[in-house]
Design a protein around this ligand. Structure first.
Ligand code: MRU
Length: 356
């Protein structure tokens, strides 16, 4: 595997969040320094930093940097401002539960150390943000190992959107087994859906897999059925933004169509994600909030001129819900959950040592 890309980190002076601007890939590698709450909100909303785990990490570092700027304030004001920033950042992208999960972990630090001064609290916040990122690296490695146990050398794998190192910290989730397998000398033939409208598959998945020496072929989203019919796909691997208690899963728009096709062609369809993406508070996909984005992303974002009448109405949901009945397994850092998910997802938290 080539040098891994650092997509989110603390700046060298420790006062800002540095991200690799994913909207510029694969053509330019541009790093951005985020200092204000607005910088962080915009970077997340505009998908400069994206992927469920990565926005959780960015949000956590962001809260630390904002807390650092408020060190001089009295305790009451510090807490009030912290809460305001937390709610503001949480609203930047509603679907991926990892963002609120990361922000809640930072808030829990404030509560735990409420007797200490703001200087000490900031030190704890820094440690927590670093821990969130460190744990993410370990969790990706573990998901990759479990995922690799599901496929064989030479298999064809279809993936949608980007759930690789750029979306996490290292290895990624859905791409993790493929990158780990490649490190072990295995060869896979990957089909990457381009993933309309923001092209995360074309721009990011192809970039990551090609750099790692994985055989990757780009297809348009509406070609998935054809490659499956041709017998070129032995498994589908996708990431997730939120998994409900019954196993219904939110992921990038178009994922559910891949799952429906896979069921038709009797191809196993796996969702790979950390336990921080499982939200047992959501009983089913019906209660997962789905982000609706600006219609201009469909009409003219990647074109020299608009590809539709400028005034045409657009419906641009960023995610869809894949019904649990279409999912062969949910691969977490603690093992592979199988249906019925209402039981297996709870059991995975027991394995983790948490009762839910
Ligand atoms: O809108 P995006 O690019 O943030 O959507 C990302 C996805 O849908 C990923 O599959 C998901 O976040 C998992 S990343 C490990």
């Amino acid at each position: 595997m080539p040098d891994f890309i650092e997509n989110v980190r603390l700046s060298d002076d420790g006062k800002a969040v540095v991200i690799l601007d994913q909207t510029q890939l694969p053509n330019r590698k541009v790093y951005l320094r985020l200092e204000t709450a607005e910088d962080i909100y915009d970077a997340i909303y505009l998908l400069k930093v994206r992927g469920a785990p990565a926005i959780g990490i960015c949000g956590a570092y962001g809260m630390y940097c904002l807390a650092l700027q408020m060190r001089g304030k009295d305790k009451l004001e510090f807490d009030r401002e912290f809460d305001r920033y937390k709610k503001y950042l949480m609203a930047s992208r509603p679907t991926a539960v990892n963002l609120s999960w990361g922000l809640n972990r930072m808030e829990a630090v404030i509560k735990k150390h409420r007797e200490e001064n703001t200087e000490e609290i900031c030190r704890h916040l820094r440690e927590e943000a670093l821990a969130i990122q460190r744990e993410d690296v370990e969790m990706c490695r573990s998901i990759s190992e479990y995922g690799l146990s599901l496929i064989r050398d030479g298999d064809g794998i279809l993936t949608h959107c980007n759930a690789g190192p750029l979306a996490t910290s290292r290895y990624g989730t859905a791409l993790g087994p493929l990158l780990l397998g490649r490190e072990k000398g295995m060869n896979f033939r990957v089909f990457a859906d381009e993933t309309r409208p923001l092209l995360q598959g074309a721009r990011l998945t192809c970039y990551e897999l090609q750099n790692a020496g994985v055989d990757v072929t780009l297809i348009c989203d509406n070609m998935a059925g054809t490659v499956m019919k041709n017998g070129w796909v032995q498994a589908c691997f996708v990431g997730c933004d939120r998994v409900a208690a019954n196993g219904d899963t939110a992921n990038k728009i178009g994922t559910s169509q891949v799952a429906i096709l896979a069921a038709y062609y009797k191809i196993p369809f796996y969702v790979l994600g950390p336990t921080s993406t499982i939200d047992l508070e959501c009983p089913s996909g019906d209660s997962i909030p789905v982000e609706i984005r600006d219609g201009r992303e469909i009409k003219d974002k990647f074109y020299r001129e608009s590809m539709a009448p400028l005034s045409v109405k657009c419906y641009n949901p960023a995610f869809d819900i894949t019904d649990h009945s279409l999912i062969s397994g949910i691969v977490t850092e603690y093992g592979i959950c199988r249906p019925p998910y209402t039981d297996s997802l709870r059991m995975i938290f027991q394995k983790k040592g948490e009762t839910r």
